[in-house]
Design a protein around this ligand. Structure first.
Ligand code: DON
Length: 566
């Protein structure tokens, strides 16, 4: 690890900070970056730049998405990844739809009780930190699969920007320096070797982060594609890391991992077509259940009606998250009743108990504890000149994943195993409950909430949207869609709005600071709701196609998220 400190390195950060401090307050209508032809919106300005350059060089949206995904693994290592997994939802220029599942899988040696002690109690942190917390990574196979079907530029060109960023380094902002310093203790506890990639000295703003081991791993992926990660030196490093730290991911797990093209989940809301991710994510089902229910109700964001909207939304959330716990899982292992869950009569039946004046009590199975959210997932949206669109959400799961850095290969492994139901009725780190459907099984994918989504209107591309946020992901995506379609907002304005979230259990409406005012609070209290303020909910990165064909970016001001286009 080399550290360079000089004032010169601070200049790009100061410029970014100035740009953010000049951005308008969230209440005021705002317009995001407008581009004539093509755009990338991601969590990091350097990754958005990488994607935009690929698009300028004639690459298509899939090329750009792959390059952005690898770049985020370098400049946004808490969520951008090669040691995790995610989902692509793609609408190509000819309006063909594709969804790629590169979710992690349970290792072959995993089993239902692996996080329980001999009395059947959950062992604290075992599913969230350390070597046993990781599922078999899917990201690299996902990038290769997407490229082989839809990529156009040479593969090497998509890896090189990430290799350069890892090898030459990039300058840390104060927030980034603080973020890495906060992570040091966990890396020291859970990495079985001295995790040189991220520890050593306290980071300061203006330092340059160079990741040589990661650069070498990326070069192997550049030169050998899938084999550069699931075979050869990288696989050996992963297996050695597992052996050192008591993990169970084997060479057989790596060799047999395959990402999977799945039928995208498609539904309609009024005259919009919603193309989103089906199981093993619950996200698409959740937003389609909510939109399908809401179709029968008029909603407005006028002050006098806003409490009614939040009440309606909360009541829908209670019901769909109860369904999530019971019915949603990896369809390769569990017969998820997708059509039944989206059946209009079912949704109506489920909402018969809805009282516009009173909150319905959530059935008390077990109180889930909604923890304050980390941002260790990331979403990016890409639209190219030809009209191809990619919506990608990718993750390590929570706080720097398992906090295990693979020695020799220089990347962080996920802690996605916690997304399985590790014991029936035991909430995961996002407070969501699960049961039989989502129990741990070798080779199975753990249930996700990630909701990469593309919307069409009248057969034309309309919006590309998604976000991190654990269990709040589907409800943030839902709110942004409603802000645009029902409340008439532009993309940036819709993204900036304060968000609310609830999920059946715990029985509470959580909201971002500034979302609640006195009149809203008293109207919702009168209906029987209780509240909790929490930190930022989600980081939505989205693109809206305007009626004149131009693109408006919505880059979430809650992070360093940046739209770049031309
Ligand atoms: O797949 C999921 O739903 C979770 N692993 C996502 C985690 C997440 O969004 C964390 N960051 N906010």
């Amino acid at each position: 690890m080399k550290l360079f400190r000089s004032l010169q390195h601070l200049i790009p950060f100061v410029l970014i900070a100035l740009a953010f401090s000049c951005s308008p307050k969230t209440e005021e209508p705002v317009v995001g970056l407008i581009a004539e032809k093509a755009m990338v919106v991601s969590a990091h300005p350097l990754a958005s730049e990488v994607g935009s350059t690929i698009l300028k060089n004639g690459g298509n949206a899939v090329d750009a998405a792959i390059a952005v995904h690898f770049a985020l693994a370098v400049v946004y290592p808490e969520a951008g990844n090669i040691g995790g997994g995610g989902f692509f939802v793609i609408r190509d220029k000819d309006a063909n739809y594709h969804s790629l599942d590169f979710r992690e899988r349970g290792p072959l040696k995993s089993h239902q009780d692996m996080y329980l002690d001999e009395t059947g109690e959950v062992i604290e942190r075992k599913s969230t930190k350390g070597h046993l917390a990781s599922g078999v990574p899917g990201a690299v196979d996902g990038m290769v699969k997407a490229y082989d079907k839809l990529g156009s530029l040479p593969w090497e060109d998509l890896l090189q920007p990430a290799i350069d960023l890892a090898e030459k380094g990039f300058v840390l902002s104060p927030d980034e320096a603080a973020k890495f310093n906060r992570a040091v203790e966990n890396f020291q506890t859970y990495s079985s070797i001295d995790p040189v990639q991220f520890t050593g000295k306290a980071w300061e703003a203006g330092d340059t982060l160079i990741q040589n081991q990661l650069a070498e791993t990326l070069k192997r992926i550049r030169d050998d594609k899938r084999e550069g990660f699931y075979g050869g030196a990288t696989a050996d490093f992963i297996v050695a890391e597992m052996e050192r730290g008591g993990g169970i991911i084997s060479l057989e797990d790596l060799e047999s991992y395959e990402s999977t093209w799945r039928e995208p989940l498609i539904g309609n809301y009024k005259d919009y077509k919603i193309i989103t991710m089906g199981p093993p994510s619950s996200g698409g089902l959740i937003i389609l259940q909510m939109l399908g229910t809401m179709e029968d109700y008029a909603v407005s964001n006028k002050k006098e009606s806003y409490a009614d909207y939040i009440h309606l939304k909360t009541e829908m959330e209670r019901r769909v998250y109860a369904d999530r716990a019971a019915y949603m899982a990896d369809t390769d292992y569990y017969p998820v009743p997708v059509a039944d869950l989206l059946n209009k009569d079912y949704l109506k039946e489920r909402f018969l108990t809805f009282d516009p004046e009173k909150a319905t009590a959530s059935a008390s199975i077990k109180e889930g504890k909604l923890l304050s959210m980390s941002e260790e997932t990331t979403h990016f949206s890409v639209v190219d000149e030809m009209g191809n669109a990619v919506s990608c959400t990718t993750t390590l799961n929570g706080g720097m994943g398992s906090s295990v850095v693979v020695d020799g290969a220089g990347f962080i492994l996920n802690n996605e195993m916690d997304d399985f139901s590790i014991k029936p009725g035991h909430p995961n780190m996002f407070g969501v409950l699960g049961g039989e459907a989502n129990k741990i099984e070798p080779g199975k994918r753990m249930l996700s909430s990630m909701t990469p989504t593309i919307i069409e209107k009248d057969g034309e591309l309309f919006m590309v949207v998604g976000t991190p946020g654990g269990s709040t992901i589907p409800t943030s995506v839902f709110q942004v869609i409603v802000n645009v379609i029902e409340f008439g907002m532009g993309m940036q304005e819709a993204v900036n709005q304060k968000r609310f979230h609830s999920q059946w259990q715990p029985e509470v409406i959580s909201y971002e600071k500034g979302a609640m005012d006195e009149s809203l609070e008293s109207a919702l209290t009168a209906k029987g709701h209780v509240f909790a303020e929490r930190g930022g909910i989600g980081r939505v990165d989205a693109i809206l196609k305007l009626p004149d064909g131009r693109l408006e970016g919505g880059a979430d001001p809650r992070g360093m998220d940046t739209a770049v286009g031309f």
